[in-house]
Design a protein around this ligand. Structure first.
Ligand code: ZN
Length: 316
C-alpha cells in the first residue's frame, strides 16, 4: 500500500464526509400537513411543497405527487387517517422535488408513474430540482408514458395525459373522469387571497409561474398545453400549489399568462436590454431579481436565474 494511495483515500473520505454534512445540514424538518376532502373519495394533502391528491378505491389508493422526501412519513399517516386500503400507485405531475421528492421512498411500496420526459430529466440532470433540498436522493419511476396512461383500480379510473411543454418538458395533467376533477401540477397555480399570485391592482395581468428552461420548459408552448388540458371534462381543479380551484380559474390563468407572455415577448423583440427586462419582471410581475446570484439555484430566484433562456425563447 503506497503512501499516495493512502493520501488519496484520506482525501476522498474527507470530501465524502463533507458532502454528507452539506446534505444532512441542508435537510429541513418536515412541516405540518393537512388533508381535506375534495369530492367523494378524493382528498388533497397540502401544507408543504406541491398539493398531493389521494384517491381511495375499494382495491387501494392512488396518489398524485408525493411532495418532498422529508414529507414521506406524514403523507402515509395522512392517507391512513382516511382509509385502511393499501397505497398502490403514485403519479408524478413532474420531477421537481416539491412534487416528486418522495419517489425513492415510494418505490418499494407503490408503482410510480411519470411522463417519459420527467424521468429523462431526472436521469439527465441528476437532480430533481433545484431549490429546496439539494442532494435529495432520486427515485426513478419504473413506469413511463408518452401521451396517456390510465390506472384502473376498484372500478375507478385515473388517467394521466400529456399535452405538451410548459413548466417543464414532462408535465402530466391527471384526470379523475368519475369526479370531473384534474390535478394540473405546476401548469396551473391557485390564487390564495393575500398571498403570492394575488392580483395587484396597479400591475398588468400576469401569473406567478416558473418556466424551467433547464428542464425543457416553454413559455411559448404553455398556453397551448393548457388548451389541451381544458378539453378535458372537469369542473374542479387541484393546482400544483394553492387552494382547490375551478375550470374558470384555469381559463383566467391562461388568459393572464398569454397577456404577460405577449408583453414580455414584445419587449425582447424591441431589443430591451436584459437589465431592463429583468426589472420589468420584478416590478410588474413580482419575480424577484434584486439580490439574486446568477447561480447556484436559489429559492425565490429561479426565474431570474433562467432569464437568458426566457429572453432567447421569447425573441424567436
Ligand atoms: Zn414544479
Amino acid at each position: 500500500m503506497n503512501r499516495s494511495w493512502l493520501v488519496g483515500v484520506f482525501v476522498a473520505t474527507v470530501l465524502l464526509h463533507g458532502a454528507w454534512v452539506v446534505y444532512t445540514q441542508s435537510q429541513k424538518p418536515p412541516g405540518p400537513l393537512r388533508i381535506e376532502r375534495v369530492k367523494g373519495e378524493l382528498y388533497m394533502i397540502s401544507g408543504e411543497g406541491g398539493n398531493v391528491a389521494v384517491y381511495v378505491t375499494s382495491e387501494g389508493v392512488v396518489l398524485v405527487d408525493d411532495m418532498f422526501d422529508r414529507n414521506h412519513a406524514d403523507i402515509l399517516a395522512q392517507v391512513k387517517s382516511v382509509t385502511d386500503k393499501p397505497l398502490k400507485y403514485v403519479f408524478n405531475t413532474h420531477q421537481h422535488d416539491d412534487h416528486a421528492g418522495g419517489d425513492l421512498k415510494m418505490l418499494p411500496i407503490a408503482e410510480v408513474i411519470a411522463h417519459r420526459n420527467a424521468r429523462a430529466n431526472l436521469v439527465n440532470i441528476k437532480q430533481p430540482y433545484y431549490e429546496d433540498t439539494p442532494g435529495t436522493p432520486i427515485g426513478l419511476p419504473r413506469v413511463t408514458f408518452s401521451d396517456e396512461a390510465s390506472v384502473y383500480l376498484g372500478g375507478k379510473e385515473v388517467r394521466a395525459k400529456y399535452f405538451g411543454r410548459g413548466h417543464t418538458s414532462g408535465d402530466a395533467v391527471v384526470f379523475f373522469p368519475d369526479l370531473k376533477i384534474v390535478h394540473t401540477g405546476d401548469l396551473f397555480l391557485g390564487r390564495r387571497a393575500g398571498r403570492g399570485g394575488t392580483t395587484v391592482p396597479n400591475r398588468p395581468p400576469g401569473v406567478n409561474i416558473y418556466v424551467d428552461y433547464a428542464q425543457g420548459g416553454s413559455f411559448l408552448d404553455w398556453s397551448r398545453t393548457l388548451d389541451g388540458a381544458l378539453t378535458l371534462d372537469f369542473d374542479t381543479v387541484i393546482p400544483g400549489h394553492g387552494p382547490v380551484s375551478t375550470k374558470e380559474d384555469v381559463v383566467k390563468f391562461r388568459a393572464d399568462l398569454e397577456t404577460m407572455r405577449n408583453r414580455l415577448a414584445g419587449l425582447v423583440k424591441q431589443g430591451t436590454r436584459k437589465a431592463d427586462f429583468v426589472r420589468t419582471l420584478e416590478t410588474d410581475y413580482g419575480w424577484r431579481a434584486t439580490g439574486c446570484p446568477p447561480s447556484p439555484p436559489t429559492p425565490g430566484c429561479l426565474q431570474y436565474q433562467q432569464s437568458d433562456a426566457m429572453m432567447a425563447e421569447l425573441g424567436q
